[in-house]
Design a protein around this ligand. Sequence first.
Ligand SMILES: *[C@@H]1O[C@H](CO)[C@@H](O)[C@H](O)[C@H]1NC(C)=O
Ligand SMILES: *[C@@H]1O[C@H](CO)[C@@H](O)[C@H](O)[C@H]1NC(C)=O
Ligand SMILES: *[C@@H]1O[C@H](CO)[C@@H](O)[C@H](O)[C@H]1NC(C)=O
Ligand SMILES: *[C@@H]1O[C@H](CO)[C@@H](O)[C@H](O)[C@H]1NC(C)=O
Length: 349
Amino acid sequence: MFKPVMLAALLAGVAHCRFMEPSSDPYALPEGMLIGAGVSALQTEGAWNLSGKAESAADYVLHLGKLSSLGFGDPHDHDVAADSYHRYKEDIAMAVKLKLTLYRFSISWSRVLPDSDPSNPNMEGVQYYHDLIDEILRNNLTPMATLHHFDHPRILEDQFKGFQGEEMVAKFKEYARFAFNQYAGKVKLWVTVNEPNMYCIYFPNLYNISGLYTDNDMQRYDCVRHTILAHAEAYHVFHEDNHEGRVGFTALLTPARPNSTRSEDVYTAAAYNELQAGLALNPVVHGDWPQDVKDLAGSKVPEFSEAEKQRIKGTADFLGFNVYYTLTVAYKTPDNATDGGSIRGGMHC
Ligand SMILES: *[C@@H]1O[C@H](CO)[C@@H](O)[C@H](O)[C@H]1NC(C)=O
Ligand SMILES: *[C@@H]1O[C@H](CO)[C@@H](O)[C@H](O)[C@H]1NC(C)=O
Ligand SMILES: *[C@@H]1O[C@H](CO)[C@@H](O)[C@H](O)[C@H]1NC(C)=O
Ligand SMILES: *[C@@H]1O[C@H](CO)[C@@H](O)[C@H](O)[C@H]1NC(C)=O
C-alpha cells in the first residue's frame, strides 16, 4: 500500500549533491529534497459506501467476486482496506515517525462528486479531504494529491466505459477544476492520472474476466489517448485559473534492459520501454506517441490531431515514475505472429 514516490526528485537531488562540498554527515540530504510515501483512496481509505460516497468503477468490478484468479480472493477486502477514512491521523503520525517529508494521497472522485456533477458535490466527502490535508500540513509534511487512481464513479463506466470514452475528457476536466478550487490553496503538488499505462492495460482485463467487457470493449490505446487528453485539460485549467503549484503526470515503469548485447535484444528492450512507459510519457512531453509505438502498433494507435498535439505537448511540470521492479528481456522470434507490437493482456514486443 505504501509505495515510493518522487524518485525523480531523488535523482535530481543526487545529481545536485555532487557539486557541493562534502558534508560532515555523509547521509545528509540536500536541502528541500522531499522523501515520502503514497497511499491511494481505493487501496487504503475503505468506507466505500459511507458518508455519501458513490460506488466506483473499481468497487463494482471487485464486488462481482470473479477475480480470485488474479489474487483478489476476498471481493470485500477493499471495503474497509486500511480504514484510513477513519484512521488517517494514525497514518500521518506513522509518516512523521518515519521522518517522511511528503505524503501522497489520492482523492476519490466517487467520494467528492458521486454522480460526477460538480454542481452537486458530496460535502461530507469534500470535508474529509480538507481534514486530511489540514492534518498533513499540521504535521509539517508536504501534501501531494492525485486526482485519479483507478476509481472514477461507476456511472461513468456504465455510460462511457470509463476512459475508453472520449466524454471522459470533459468529465475529468470538470472534476479537476472542482478539486483545484477546493484544495489548491493548500496543496501545491498535483498528479492528474496515476499510471494510465497500467490502468488502461490492466483494468479492461478485470472487466473482461468479470463478463462486463467483450473484446470490442477493450480499446486500450483509446483509453490511454483519453487519459492524456484529460490530463492536459486539467493541466491547463490549473494554470489558467492561476493556482500556485505544479501539476505532473505519473506512469508505471518496469524498466527493461537487454538480456545481451545482441542488437535484437537491445531493440526489444527499447521497444518494450517505449510501448510501456513512452506510451504515456512521450505525448505529454513531446506531443505525440513515441515513433516505435507508431511503427509497431500501426493503425491500432489512434492519431492525435495537430490541435491535440499542441494541446498536450509540454503539459507536465514534473514527471512521476512509479517503479516497483525492472525486467531483463530477450528477443523472441514470433511464432505465427500476426500483430507484433500490439498491446493485449500485457505488453508484447
Ligand atoms: C456498506 O457496505 C458493507 C459491506 O462492505 C455493508 O455491510 C453495509 O451494510 C453497507 N452500508 C451501507 C450504509 O450501505
Ligand atoms: C476476454 O475474455 C474472453 C473470455 O475469457 C477471452 O477469450 C478473450 O481473449 C478476452 N479478451 C481480451 C481482449 O483479452
Ligand atoms: C539470456 O542470455 C543468456 C546468456 O547469454 C542466455 O543463455 C539465455 O538463453 C538468454 N535468454 C534468452 C531468453 O534469450
Ligand atoms: C504455427 O503454425 C503452424 C502451422 O499452422 C502450427 O503447426 C504451429 O503449431 C503454430 N505454432 C504456434 C506456437 O502456434
